[in-house]
Design a protein around this ligand. Structure first.
Ligand code: GCW
Length: 667
């Protein structure tokens, strides 16, 4: 196997320099199979660059499968002491030899990339055996990529990094070298599953399941050597659209047979196929409601078809009424997923995974954790994040999302002694932020979001700043001294900065309708989408209490149902998500709501200006092209942040008539 090095594409977190520690040593790789061969190929690629080599014992580094015979002596010392388990590995260093031992080839590959991250640190002092196991079984990236360019959404829905790396001109790309390189990057941060097409399944894409399956197989072939399984988004009415049946009723025998036969053909073509992703009864996608069936029945027919092959169906919980009447105060979009799915807990198949967006609405910069996550004790769960920055600056703004994701993963629905979201989810999913852009993610610094996603899915307890250090060390490895301080200054707090200059206190959705970039405070206020702030001359926010509002607070277990219900106890950052309050309402911070709006908007824009100054100082310390790209993007971010500041401040000043206590300029 050759290591993919696509031309004109940034190496991201795998530049050749990142392999110096391994590549300059003598390494023994023991084990058979595709992924062991990948590790061998990686080691010899690194050695060709840095002077080391593949060897027999004695070696400086031993990477071994526990099933290998004979097991090298350095590895045999570890065998039987601790089971690395599925996908895991044991790492130790003794007598001057670093050893990675794994029970399965995926573990060997992850162990290899762990060594890449450690660099020289893997070859220093002796290390007692440490076991590494992934917290999430499936660490998945979902692409919202269309095969054919969609007239409104383009090649990649909500994509901010150019075209699709998989699809162009209505078919799979002819040269898939870049897909292989992508698989390598994903494996190096721990990702092991990819959905290759948009959950909104349009006409051309529907055919990936049948007559265009060869394209999916070609992509799967590129990702397989890096341990990544391919999943496919499918339409619920495929039996009608593709099979010519008169119905897609999940309880109709012909429909069951169609799914079973179709799925069998998928596995004949792609034996390690991961499974289906389904968006049903959501934003115009068809689903079981049309046949008066439940989502458990709808998901069941697909799950049954996949079960004989070990496949899974990721069934999205993003079901709500997007044709709401804004005059109807009784309908609350935040309630929808729980209302639809909680009653179905206990009715889903074992290989059905309910995929829940992390917040109850839609990837806003600040939302509470979705109550669905705590409401499905007998259902397997995937939590969905959005790496593509639809509502967080669209990869024109720096917005490092790991701190937000970490907060979600740490949230304990039953209070401090209960389990955390990280313990409740079996899978973690991110909507991909990758495209055919030379930097992969449009904004070069947005690479860190993809990297951090994979790392958090492997270990949700990692510190976002430490993950950033890993990413900096790998990505900027060729620099004599990576601009660590500058990057931390720009990125560590960038999500909170973004939150400050956009929608305040958890209220969300003050974006321009349609494309969702830039401010428009009333853009969605009188629309059918169910995303309102209810600002009037006296106050702002959505009353979601049981006492006087939509009752959404009642979807949480205690203590949060009580904390969110109480205007006194509700955390400041979510106040307007749960309560409608007067502008003079005093926050825990001591500020009033209106003064908080002014202060944070001035502060947020000023923080962006400061980031821009810091970045200018780093000129000469990073690659000039990368520096220039980030500089241009920071210009745009500052322009946009000032626009947000001025529109939001002007809007609330005009509504409330309350002047800024500091007398700053409000238009
Ligand atoms: O965030 C919204 C997006 C849609 C997307 C939808 C979803 C793929 O605006 O573009 O559709 O969520 O998650 O299904």
């Amino acid at each position: 196997m050759t290591i993919p090095e696509p031309n004109g594409v940034h190496a991201a977190w795998l530049p050749p320099e990142a392999f110096r520690a391994i590549g300059s040593r003598r390494t023994l790789v023991c084990g058979d199979g595709l992924l062991a061969d990948t590790v061998r190929a990686e080691v010899s690629w690194a050695c060709a660059r840095h002077g080391g080599g593949l060897t027999d014992e004695p070696a400086d580094l031993v990477l071994a499968l526990s099933t290998a015979r004979p097991l090298p002596a350095a590895a045999a010392r570890l065998a039987g002491r601790e089971e690395p388990g599925e996908q895991g590995f044991v790492l130790a260093r003794h007598d001057g030899v670093t050893v990675v031992l794994a029970d399965d080839p995926a573990g060997l590959l992850h162990g290899f990339f762990h060594l890449v991250r450690l660099g020289e640190a893997a070859f220093g002092a002796a290390r007692p055996a440490e076991t590494h196991r992934p917290a999430m079984r499936r660490r998945m990236v979902d692409h919202w990529d269309n095969v054919a360019v969609h007239p409104v959404m383009g090649q990649v829905e909500r994509g901010y990094a150019g075209g699709s790396i998989f699809w162009a001109d209505g078919a799979a790309r002819g040269d898939l070298t870049r897909v292989r390189a992508y698989g390598r990057l994903l494996a190096a941060c721990g990702v092991n599953a990819v959905a290759v097409n948009n959950v909104n399944v349009h006409a051309t894409e529907a055919h990936l399941l049948t007559d265009r399956l060869g394209d999916v197989a070609a992509i799967a072939g590129e990702l397989r050597p890096y341990g990544i399984r391919v999943h496919l988004s499918v339409g619920f009415t495929s039996p009608v659209v593709l099979g010519g049946l008169p119905t897609a009723d999940p309880l109709d025998e012909r429909v069951r047979e169609w799914w079973a036969a179709t799925t069998e053909r998928v596995y004949e073509t792609i034996p390690d196929f991961g499974g289906y992703v389904v968006k049903a009864d959501s934003e115009g996608q068809p689903g079981p409601f049309a046949y008066e069936r439940t989502h458990a029945e709808g998901a069941g027919v697909l799950a049954d078809a996949l079960a004989p092959f070990g496949g899974v169906v990721h069934w999205r919980a993003f079901v709500y009424n997007h044709r709401q009447d804004w005059r109807d105060r009784s309908t609350d979009r935040a309630r929808a997923a729980y209302d639809h799915f909680q009653p179905l807990d206990g009715h889903f198949r074992d290989n059905m995974i309910l995929q829940v967006k992390h917040g109850p609405i839609d990837f806003q910069p600040r939302e509470p954790v979705s109550p669905v996550i705590a409401a499905m004790p007998t259902t397997r769960l995937a939590v969905e994040f959005q790496a593509t920055q639809e509502y967080t600056g669209q990869q024109r703004h720096v917005c490092y999302l790991a701190p937000m994701w970490r907060e979600v993963l740490d949230f304990r629905p039953w209070g401090p002694d209960g389990r955390a979201v990280a313990d409740l989810a079996g899978d973690l999913v991110a909507v991909s932020n990758v495209g055919d852009d030379p930097y992969w993610t449009g904004h070069p610094l947005a690479q860190a979001n993809l990297y951090a996603f994979g790392r958090l899915a492997w270990d949700p307890r990692l510190d976002p700043a430490a993950i950033l250090d890993e990413w900096i060390d790998l990505t900027f490895a060729p620099a004599p001294e990576p601009p660590r301080g500058t990057l931390h200054a720009l990125m560590d707090g960038s999500w909170r900065t973004y939150e400050r200059y956009t929608a305040p206190l958890g209220v969300g959705f003050m974006v321009r309708p349609g494309h969702h970039y830039g401010p428009d405070v009333d853009g969605y206020e009188y629309t059918p989408w169910g995303t309102y702030h209810f600002a009037d001359r006296d106050g702002v926010g959505v009353d979601r209490t049981r006492a006087s509002g939509t009752g959404f607070t009642g979807q949480y277990p205690r203590p949060w149902s009580d904390v969110y219900e109480s205007v006194e106890r509700c955390p400041d950052e979510l106040l307007l998500f749960f309560h409608h309050v007067p502008y003079g309402h005093v926050l825990h911070s001591g500020s009033t709501v209106i003064q908080h709006i002014y202060d944070t908007h001035f502060a947020g824009a000023e923080e962006v200006a400061e980031s821009r100054r810091r970045w200018a100082e780093a000129a000469g310390r990073v690659n000039p092209a990368l520096h220039a790209r980030v500089r241009e993007l920071l210009d745009e971010q500052l322009r946009s942040a000032e626009e947000w500041r001025d529109q939001v401040n002007a809007y609330f000043f005009r509504k409330s008539g309350v002047p800024d206590a500091c007398g700053r300029r409000i238009f």
